[in-house]
Write a protein that binds this ligand. Structure first.
Ligand SMILES: C[S@@+](CC[C@H](N)C(=O)[O-])C[C@H]1O[C@@H](n2cnc3c(N)ncnc32)[C@H](O)[C@@H]1O
Length: 275
């Protein structure tokens, strides 16, 4: 009986997500929701300062051209970076949270783009950074290729990535719930929602970054042993190794190789597994 009830609840949740996702395919509805929803630190200056400290710990920003991906409602991080010596700061998002005039008054060049083609020339940026943005990439491979293209050789990508299901982030036992669904069902449930996540695990990010010509400067996985125990009990996660089962977030700094060939050589150990 209990199993039956939990099945009903599960499918109710799926149906609800699909209904919300369908409503959000209407541009007007998306616009309304965009105005009200929370994107993260939402302009909190103290948190923006802390975030900037994290980015500065990973890359030299003096005289740098910086591109922030997915700033959401927070332009303060870039605004402070400019005050601390960055040469030029650009924000690019797939959702329009600011007018370009308001951003300009803060010293930020603000762009909205399609999520797969960055509107910037090759080799034009020193640092690309993003906080809790990359897990939302609809096309991660295309985005990493684009980041590689706009970064100058030797430039850095700095990111903070949350790997949890964004609908059940803090629900014990359900933090990887998104991986329960087939790719097609997941798309129907979440594609139009801001909380959509691409479900890549740490090992997959590492592989994708290496394939795209980045090598790792620093990688800090955030792990939870209780999560590991929980996740081991879920059949739908049986294909994952322990590292992926316990890593719910990672912070990283990745350097764009001088050329793709050098990037491949730097990651030769990773590739060796697949030869
Ligand atoms: C969880 S919010 C994080 C906002 C902000 N970085 C913070 O920490 O407060 C994720 C942001 O990434 C944006 N986003 C999603 N896909 C993106 C993409 N392909 N390129 C750039 N931004 C993207 C979303 O529109 C949203 O603004």
């Amino acid at each position: 009986m209990r199993r039956h009830l939990s099945r009903i609840r599960h499918w109710q949740g799926v149906a609800k997500s699909m209904a919300i996702n369908t409503v959000l395919s209407i541009p007007y509805m998306r616009k309304v929701v965009t105005r009200t929803h929370v994107t993260g630190i939402d302009g909190n200056e103290e948190q923006a300062q802390m975030l900037l400290q994290f980015f500065e710990g990973m890359a030299d920003i003096q005289n740098a051209v910086i591109l922030e991906l997915g700033p959401g409602k927070t332009l303060e991080t870039l605004q402070f970076a400019r005050r601390r010596g960055a040469k030029y700061v650009i924000a690019a998002d797939v959702t329009n949270y600011h007018t370009s005039q308001a951003a300009y008054r803060r010293g930020v060049d603000y762009r909205v783009f399609d999520g797969s083609h960055l509107p910037f020339p090759d080799n034009s940026v020193d640092v690309v950074w993003g906080c809790y943005c990359m897990q939302h990439f609809r096309d991660p491979q295309a985005m990493l290729q684009e980041i590689h293209r706009v970064l100058r050789p030797g430039g850095r990508l700095i990111c903070r990535v949350d790997l949890r299901d964004h609908y059940h982030m803090f629900v014990i036992g359900r933090q990887y719930d998104c991986l329960r669904h087939s790719p097609r069902l997941w798309r129907w449930m979440a594609w139009n929602r801001s909380s959509y996540v691409n479900r890549l695990r740490l090992s997959e990010w590492k592989q994708l970054l290496a394939n795209s010509g980045f090598h790792t400067d620093a990688l800090i996985p955030h792990e939870d042993v209780k999560l590991l125990e929980e996740n081991r009990s879920h059949g739908y996660l049986s294909h994952l190794d322990d590292q992926d089962l316990k890593t719910y977030r990672f912070d990283g700094s990745f350097q764009r190789a001088l050329c793709l060939m050098l990037g491949v050589l730097a990651n030769v150990e990773l590739f060796a597994e697949y030869l």
